[in-house]
Design a protein around this ligand. Sequence first.
Ligand code: AMX
Length: 438
Amino acid sequence: MKDIKEKFKQKSEELGKEIKEILANHGEKEISSVKIRQLYQGMRGMPGLVSETSLLDPINGIRFRGFSIPELKEKLPTAEEGDEPLPEGLFYLMLIGELPSDKEVEEISNAMGRRSQIPKHVFNTIDELPIETHPMTQFVTGIMAMQTESIFAKAYKKGINKKDYWEYTFEDVTNLISRLPRLAAYIYRRKYRKGEHIEPNPELDWAGNFAHMLGFDNKEFRELMRLYLTIHADHEGGNASAHTTHLVGSTLSDPYLSFAGGMNSLAGPLHGLANQEVIRWIEQMRKEIGDGLPTKEQIENYVKQTLDAGKVVPGYGHAVLRQTDPRFTAQMNFAKEHLPDDDLVNVVWRIYDVVPDILKDLGKVKNPWPNVDAHSGALLVHYGLEEYEFYTVLFGVARSLGVLASLCWDRALGLPLERPKSLTTKRIKEIINGEEEV
Ligand code: AMX
């Protein structure tokens, strides 16, 4: 990783200079105004932070350093055995801002293999948790237990110069990303496969090795993991897991603590937990109306039942997107190629035919289209990964790539403690009445 680290240093110094100039020449330029409703509605659409790794367009979806998902599929290096992009390549792209060569991706894969060792106390800590503990709780516990390994925290304690923060962060970030598949696989095998663990295979790439350690050692599943970990990696900086990682990191908490924070936020049903909720919801529907392909009317009735019970339809809607999520489409294309006749996949596609119109008719849902989580579970079930409570952990492993690449940038650019202003409703009423603050 030495050359990549050197390249990152050079890129971040260049951007640091540009930002200084922007601030000196345009620091006072207004780019947005804030409406009262935005304070009560989750700051939707309010620019509030900078994140270099990706940018989300409401219609066209996510672009990683300018590249769409189909472009990533075309341009990023792949494993020899397949044609899905290697997520290590996306990590490089997000970190450096340029497409990697095959050699650079190989360098990352090898470094990740070498750095993937996890100290025994981490496994022991997880083993102390009751087996029924939710996999996301086990995942966060494991990340927190690994914090003993933080190079940044140790260096900070000794005393380091501000300008060197990024270097220690970079090391922590690379180590943490390398270790996460091992940690996640450990949790999976502990909870669902009688604790029969599988040693890593150093010959495999990051995602391929993850599939292997989970116990799904076939080419198609390895390919699915490469695609899955790529498309879930980042969704610009304002989404809850990215923003939480950034916020916690802004206090100079080390990457382990910051990422654990991000993962707690991914564990919410409105965010990453939606992928488990989708399969749970479909399973419930099939219990009620029977297996096989449900009719459109049956789905319509089930959706209405969900809405009447005051619940959301999981996998549909988005805070920013206003079209079908290209991450949904990428998974649909994978399914069309590899498993077009799968029962559950066909249920997911039929739900896609029915739900948007119903949500549109409600008149309040801003985005009636499916998001990434509407499709992911059906693919996993097909290959035998049926334990849906584990799905958010897969999302979390993927999300590490984007939010931790971003954390490297935060430290390299010396971004400060995040501390937005909050108001009380009393103060808002005073502002409405044109009263000065007392
Ligand atoms: N089903 C039913 N109602 C929905 C809905 C859905 N899928 N999506 C939005 N709505 C409702 C909201 O609950 C809200 O109702 P309210 O005014 O009675 O409170 C209204 O429509 C307006 O909401 P919105 O502005 O369209 O959405 P939002 O930005 O507030 O929330 C999200 C976005 C994702 C939380 C929401 O669409 C949702 O709950 N979806 C289902 C859960 C889900 O799939 N989450 C995963 C998102 C992707 C991810 O992070 N992994």
